[in-house]
Every structure is written in structure tokens, then in C-alpha cells.
Design a protein around this ligand. Structure first.
Ligand SMILES: O=P(O)(O)O[C@@H]1C[C@H](O)[C@@H](CO)O1
Ligand SMILES: Nc1nc2[nH]cnc2c(=O)[nH]1
Length: 274
């Protein structure tokens, strides 16, 4: 059994692993290419069911290099489906940095999607809101990020430009669909612990509007692979220290359930125009 056939185990070369996974995807779906990939973060699973029927759905471990899901609310399945005429690859869940599998495992889904033909990567997540006026259940377009993981999916003297990493074109398109959408800077912490109130004050000073535990590393890998990136955060809670209440993953998932219809409709309309 070659290394990439072991669930969650990537061979030394992550780009080969992505090509292997894309080849298996083509074989499983019969689709020579996919156009757009969606990564559904915490709280977004209910929204995925608003996207219409899937032609194919299978456990992500059917694809080489993908580990089984490790976080509640991340189903660990992949759907291939036509959404508004586009062949979409929908990951119902992701691998997180805090699972300790390394950065290559975190971005394997994005690299696989690009290897499968996707030119657009839509990254969603559940996050904490820092900015005054933000409320749980509110979707926010990511305008830029702070990568606080002290890591990168890129190795070696490969100096990737990250200017306009979160596509101004796709953000403008989203705001045509829903003019009420706000934008914000997303800070990726390593997790899995939530932030302290002092860290939230630090993040706000650094210019963050949103705090999470994903997305930034995936976006960097997507840019490295030449894809256009759209990031949409669902504010599932106000950040630590803002309400005096403790944070919980159940609160994150409940916010997703409450927002599923609206988030699903937004994604469907966006996908029809990317
Ligand atoms: O996959 P995402 O970033 O949406 O998941 C967020 C961050 C943590 O994994 C989890 C914490 O509740 O939700
Ligand atoms: N880091 C972080 N991730 C989250 N995901 C959902 N809510 C939060 C939060 O408050 N902080």
C-alpha cells in the first residue's frame, strides 16, 4: 500500500498526494473536471443541504491522503454536484491545524480541488466576532487575514504574493447579491482552545475583526495553486470576553443551524455567478 493510501497520511510530496486524490475523485465521480470547490466549516453543514442534490457523495477517506473527521459538525464527506450549472466539489468538513497532522494535511483538500480543475475556492468557517455591532448568525466576507499560526503550507524559497488574496471581484459579486454583507479581517489562531479576553484585545489591536482556527492556511495554498479565493465567515459567537459568557462548540454549531437557510441561499446565488 503506498503511503498516500493510508487515511490521513500524506507522502513526502503533498503536490503528488493532491494529484493522486484528484485522480481518484475523477474515477469516483466520472467528472473529468470540477469548476469550484466549497469547504464547509463549523456550523455550515446545514447550509450544504440547501445546495441541492449531490450526484455523488462519499467519505473523504475514499480519497488518498484524507483523514477521517475529528471535529463535531464536520461530516468528513465529499459531494460532487451541479450547482447553478457549475460542477462543484463540496467538502463537508476540513482538517484543522490543531489536529496535529501538519500543515500539508490542512491544505490537502484545497490542493486536491485545484488538481481536480477548480479555479475558484470558497472557504467558509464559523468564527468569533470582535467588531462592535457584529452579531451571531451574521455572515461576513473576508477581506484579508492575519495568519497567527506561525506556519505556512508553502516550503522553500517560494515567495508567494498575497496581495488581494481574497478576491475583490468575488467580494463585489457577493455584495451585489446581498448589499448588507459586511467585510472583515480574519485572524487564524492555532486553537483548539478559544482565545482569552486579553488575546481578543490583542487581535483587535492588530486589526482583526474575526477570530477562527482555519481558512488562512488554506487560502495561502489556494493562491499558491493559482486559484481565485472567496472567504465567508459565519459569526457564530461574540469573541471571548465580549459577553462575559463562556464559549462553546455547541454554540458554534447551533448558530450554523439557525443560519442554514440564509447561508445556503447565499452560497447558491454566489456559485451561480463565480
Ligand atoms: O472549521 P472552522 O474554522 O469553521 O471551525 C471553527 C474553529 C474550530 O474548529 C471550531 C471551534 O468551535 O469552529
Ligand atoms: N478561534 C476561534 N474560533 C472560533 N470558531 C467559532 N468561534 C470561534 C472563536 O471565538 N474563536
Amino acid at each position: 500500500m503506498n503511503a498516500s493510501a493510508i487515511p490521513g497520511h500524506l507522502p513526502s510530496d503533498p503536490y503528488t498526494a493532491a494529484n493522486d486524490a484528484a485522480a481518484t475523485l475523477r474515477a469516483l465521480t466520472g467528472a473529468e473536471t470540477h469548476d469550484v470547490a466549497l469547504v464547509m466549516g463549523s456550523g455550515w453543514l446545514p447550509a450544504a443541504d440547501q445546495l441541492g442534490p449531490a450526484d455523488h457523495e462519499f467519505p473523504v477517506t475514499e480519497l488518498p491522503g484524507f483523514p477521517p473527521p475529528a471535529v463535531e459538525g464536520h461530516a468528513g464527506t465529499v459531494r460532487s454536484q451541479l450547482i447553478e450549472g457549475r460542477r462543484a466539489l463540496v467538502f463537508l468538513g476540513r482538517t484543522h491545524f490543531y489536529e496535529g497532522r501538519g500543515v500539508a494535511a490542512v491544505v490537502h483538500g484545497v490542493r486536491t480541488a485545484v488538481a481536480a480543475g477548480c479555479k475558484t475556492i470558497v472557504l467558509t468557517n464559523g468564527c468569533g466576532g470582535l467588531r462592535e455591532g457584529m452579531a451571531p448568525g451574521q455572515p461576513v466576507l473576508i477581506s484579508d487575514h492575519l495568519n497567527l499560526t506561525a506556519s505556512s503550507p508553502v516550503v522553500g524559497a517560494n515567495f508567494i504574493d498575497l496581495t488581494d488574496l481574497y478576491s475583490p471581484r468575488l467580494r463585489a459579486l457577493c455584495k451585489e447579491i446581498d448589499p448588507s454583507l459586511e467585510e472583515g479581517v480574519y485572524a487564524q489562531f492555532t486553537g483548539p482552545h478559544y482565545e482569552t479576553p486579553a488575546e481578543i484585545r490583542m487581535a483587535r489591536t492588530l486589526g482583526a475583526d474575526l477570530v477562527g482556527m482555519s481558512t488562512a492556511l488554506e487560502a495561502i495554498a489556494a493562491r499558491e495553486a493559482g486559484a481565485e479565493v472567496l472567504g465567508i465567515s459565519l459569526v457564530t459567537n461574540l469573541a471571548a470576553g465580549m459577553t462575559g459568557q463562556p464559549l462553546s462548540h455547541e454554540e458554534v454549531l447551533q448558530a450554523g443551524r439557525d443560519s442554514a437557510t440564509r447561508m445556503g441561499a447565499l452560497l447558491r446565488q454566489v456559485l451561480g455567478r463565480v
